[in-house]
Design a protein around this ligand. Structure first.
Ligand code: HSE
Length: 430
């Protein structure tokens, strides 16, 4: 059986997971790839710490440059956007196949990296970059190839989903749950990439590019994270039949595309509304297929390594029959007119206001909404006054344009009976 030499740069959590799978499942991997994927080299600056994987003697090295020369396929698992980019470009320029899980790098430099792959008759595989172990890239690139993609809704960040799930289930606020998640290892010490929505935005940019045929990068992606979600919002959402999820929303309407990441009210009855904890879910709708849902572990050593090894099997299949570019890293061909700015999207909205409990307050608020043609679909006011004597009012609207709701909110905030800012969230009736 032909041998393909695999080199891993980065012997961290996922790198160790990939080595473990290659060593333990070599038989099944070879039978599927039609070649033997040999773990030839692993490079890392630290090759002494025990990662719990028994690597054959002579495999570990600190010399990543030499590794690139010695192997057929380079697996980049160091992350970040500097050294990782240099190693990937170096590998591609030498005609080596590349497998990476680096969503941040792809989102920002995808065009440049794919051009280098093309120029060198090489390929980049990146299944592990979105949804961890869920084969969502392959589904979009190959399985749904017959379809125009109407929409993709993704819960793509396990950390955020874990935090929101616990906040909802425990009736707790963001800060203590984040602190506990950090203690338990579910959130990073520096949590911004996850909780401010950037990690989801990287993944949204990749999915949008595959769906609509142009490498978007982060430019057109609107991003809001989950820091401002309060326990009150989750409780009112629950009362109204919704859960709050950090969603990547990628969809086309009348040929225009929108790519946005923000906390969203999702019906409790929707499949995505029931994806809890660290799990990821991606709901895609093709014009002929209709809806389909992908669910699974979006992070973690085994799941992510499983996706990396699946890419290695694809590389093996391609190298075995000399068919590089059979499935190119990215097939360009613009399938949309414009990217809608956030001000032009249309959505339903959830508004939470604190108002003085006086006559005419609701009429004034309703007047500002109706003046902008915004129709109310539901309204709650409980007889429970806050310490400052205000009562919360929750309003759900029918579909309207973002610019209109923004305008209405600033008018409502000027009303003398309305105290403080109006909290606004978007609703998707998936
Ligand atoms: N930090 C991500 C998550 C996994 O929490 O889902 C890597 O993208």
């Amino acid at each position: 059986m032909k041998q393909i030499k695999v080199g891993i740069i980065g012997f961290g959590t996922v790198g160790a997971g990939v080595a473990d799978i290659l060593l333990k499942n070599g038989d099944v991997i070879s039978s599927r790839a039609g070649v033997e994927l040999v773990l030839a080299r692993i490079a890392d600056l630290d090759i002494t710490t025990d990662r719990g994987v028994k690597v054959p003697a002579g495999v570990l090295t600190t010399d990543a440059d030499a590794l690139i020369d010695e192997v057929d396929v380079v697996v980049e698992l160091i992350g970040g956007k500097t050294v990782a980019k240099d190693f990937i470009l170096k590998a591609l320029n030498k005609g080596k196949m590349v497998v990476t899980a680096n969503k941040a790098l792809l989102a920002e430099y995808g065009k440049e990296l794919f051009a280098a792959a093309e120029a060198n008759n090489a390929d980049i595989y990146y299944e592990a970059s979105v949804g961890g172990g869920i084969p969502v890239i392959k589904a979009l690139r190959e399985g749904l190839a017959a379809n125009h993609i109407n929409s993709i809704y993704g819960i793509l960040n396990g950390t955020c989903n874990y935090i929101l799930t616990r906040m909802e289930q425990e009736g707790a606020d963001f800060a203590p749950i984040l602190a506990d998640a950090q203690k338990l290892g579910y959130a990073e010490a520096e949590p911004s990439l996850d909780v401010d929505g950037f990690d989801t935005a990287h993944k949204a940019a990749i999915l949008a590019s595959l769906a609509y045929g142009e490498w978007f990068g982060l430019g057109p992606v609107y991003v809001e994270g989950i820091r401002n979600i309060s326990q009150q919002d989750l409780a009112y959402a629950d009362e109204l039949g919704y859960r709050i999820k950090l969603l990547a929303i990628i969809k086309q309407t009348d040929g225009d595309v929108q790519v946005r990441v923000h906390p969203t009210l999702v019906p409790k009855s929707a499949l995505l509304g029931n994806i809890n904890g660290v799990f990821n879910g991606v709901f895609m709708e093709g014009d002929f297929l209709g809806p389909s849902l992908f669910y699974g572990r979006g992070a973690g050593r085994e799941a992510t390594a499983s996706a990396v090894v699946a890419d290695l099997v694809d590389v093996g299949l391609n190298l075995a029959c000399g068919s590089v570019h059979r499935v190119p890293a990215f097939r360009a061909g613009k399938l949309y007119k414009n990217v809608l700015p956030i001000s032009e999207i249309r959505s339903r909205y959830y508004l939470r206001l604190a108002v003085r409990d006086e006559s005419g307050v609701l009429a004034s608020i309703a007047e500002e909404l109706s003046r902008r043609n915004i129709s109310i679909s539901s309204l709650i006011q409980h007889e429970v006054a806050a310490e400052d004597g205000t009562v919360p009012v929750i309003i759900l609207t029918h579909i309207t344009q973002e610019a209109r709701i923004v305008d209405a909110i600033s008018a409502i905030e000027q009303l003398p009976e309305v105290v403080g800012e109006v909290r606004r969230l978007r609703i998707e009736d998936i």
